[in-house]
Design a protein around this ligand. Structure first.
Ligand code: HEM
Length: 486
């Protein structure tokens, strides 16, 4: 009896040890990837910074469809337009989930559109966003966006050194005005500073590697608040900011409606029409605004900030763009929205800006809802799928001198790819993600970029600052700055 018990315990122990040993190892049904070690898989080699560069280096070695093991979890990295199209666009319904991320969940409680799981609530919130951000309704925001851009020009003229802040104010004010009918006239305005605090806390909490990996090792959740688990206090602080900014701003819209003083902004439209029509709760409406605000601010901000730095380094690009503006628009007026169709070189600059510096270089991860067979491999249910936008848009096989800012490439071929490269899987919106989760703010962002790229080139010739002591130009490296999630 004792011997039998011993044998049974021994066998169970062997099975358990084997299972533990297998954690982190790659099944033969998965696409290839870097060698793994027991328990960790590839966690020990996953970088905490410049993640897109490492993902792209691995893509050169393991191909445009490879896997990483993060402990028991599987990451799938897509590094070509074809793989993104076939796995995320064409299999949208089964790749539309998001990771069950513990820390964001503590803050949003399942109400975030961007981080939210693929659920009935997400579908309802997404439907509302589509209803308010149609191309026609975005077009109606042109006067607001134009006026904000004129303030940007004014701010830059009077205080060029603070260009980073001026661009940030611009985006906060555009999104606040469009959503809540409320301008943000100064960088120091209450809405702006609250929003910057909020975005800063989100970065500290949500970026990959920013906190201990509580999703991979759930026991870490039980660490006491303090130096070992600083996220617990930060989550509380962030929730407080959400209450003030998102719920507070929505409250102001409601008060305006109640007083009969609606201004027609998007959140008022939701309160007046879609809340009832779609049966949305107050919490859901608040978080619709609370996802559109951060979604719309940092991404376009980073592109315009990088643009100013790039132009300062590329006098020949500015010269060509300004020649085009002078020829098409003349010297008597500022560019208008419709001018863009007659300005192919400016269009090329906008596309090259997104290619050169995608604001979310490895996208926002999707999660598979069921097993998917692809290229003879199995992508298991609940794999985390990354769209390596930077790797796609900087692939030397696809783009001539990919690390060089060269808008002219978009005058040679539709997607800027090398002549002769198969571009049938490409689309202009690669930097906006894919499938069912594709960015719903595309039209708003494109309008912002169009107006401001035209105006920044029309109004100024940008150049590097000079060191007051030596008189030499201070070097800038735009390739190393600006994306939201490096
Ligand atoms: C140049 C500017 C922008 C870029 C590059 C950008 C990029 C992205 C990307 C890559 C995603 C993830 C898509 C995916 O999961 O496949 C996303 C999602 C999202 N974006 Fe944008 N975005 C921009 C501007 C905006 C603007 C202006 C808004 C709002 C007005 C916005 C609102 C959102 C929202 C709400 C989501 C979450 C969608 C969901 O998970 O269903 N974005 N964006």
């Amino acid at each position: 009896m004792n011997t039998e018990l011993l044998l049974l315990t021994g066998s169970l122990l062997i099975v358990l040890l084997y299972r533990l040993y297998r954690i982190g190892s790659r099944d033969s049904t998965l696409p290839p990837g870097p060698p793994t070690v027991p328990l960790l898989g590839n966690i020990h080699v996953f970088p905490s910074q410049s993640i897109h560069l490492k993902l792209s280096e691995w893509a050169r070695k393991y191909g445009d469809f490879y896997s990483l093991k993060m402990g028991p979890e599987t990451f799938i990295i897509l590094s070509s337009a074809k793989a993104v199209k076939e796995l995320l666009d064409m299999r949208g319904p089964s790749t539309a989930d998001r990771p069950a991320a513990y820390i964001p969940e503590q803050v949003h409680e399942g109400y975030s559109l961007a981080f939210g799981r693929y659920s009935e609530r997400w579908k309802l919130m997404r439907k509302t966003v589509h209803a308010i951000l149609t191309p026609a309704s975005v077009e109606e925001t042109y006067p607001i966006q134009f006026a904000e851009s004129v303030q940007l020009l004014y701010d830059l003229l009077h205080d060029p050194k603070s260009h980073f802040q001026h661009v940030r104010r611009l985006l906060v004010s555009i999104i606040f005005s469009v959503l809540y009918g409320k301008r943000v006239p100064r960088y120091e305005s209450y809405e702006a500073t609250s929003m910057f605090d909020l975005l800063h806390l989100e970065e500290q909490l949500f970026l990959p590697g920013a906190q201990l990996p509580v999703d991979t090792f759930p026991f870490l959740k039980y660490l006491p608040e303090g130096p070992l688990a600083p996220w617990k206090k930060k989550c509380r602080d962030l929730k407080g900011l959400h209450q003030r900014v998102y719920f507070g701003s929505l409250e102001q819209c409601k008060d305006r409606i109640d007083r009969g003083e609606s201004v027609g902004c998007l959140m008022e439209q939701i309160l007046e029409r879609y809340q009832k029509e779609f049966g949305l709760t107050w919490q859901e409406v608040s978080y619709i605004g609370g996802t559109l605000l951060p979604g719309g601010i940092d991404t376009s901000t980073s592109l315009l900030q990088v643009l100013i730095m790039i132009l300062s380094c590329h006098s020949e690009v500015q010269r060509k763009a300004q020649e085009e503006i002078d020829r098409v628009i003349g010297h008597d007026r500022i560019p208008q929205r419709d001018d863009i169709k007659n300005l192919p070189y400016i269009q090329a600059i906008i596309k090259e800006l997104g290619r050169f510096n995608p604001p979310t270089p490895f996208g926002i991860p999707h999660v598979t809802i069921r097993d998917e067979e692809y290229r003879g491999y199995i992508v298991p249910k609940r794999s985390v799928v990354f769209q390596n936008q930077w790797g796609i848009l900087h692939d030397p096989e696809t783009f001539e001198n990919p690390d060089q800012f060269w808008p002219h490439r978009y005058l040679l071929t539709k997607y800027g790819t090398k002549p002769g490269v198969d571009d049938s899987s490409f689309r202009d919106s690669i930097i906006f993600g894919a499938g069912r989760r594709i960015c719903p703010g595309i039209h708003t962002a494109n309008l912002t970029l169009t107006i401001n790229v035209m105006n920044l080139l029309w109004a100024f010739t940008h150049s590097k600052a000079k060191d007051p002591l030596t008189g030499f130009e201070i070097p800038i490296d735009p390739g190393r700055m600006g994306n939201v999630s490096t």
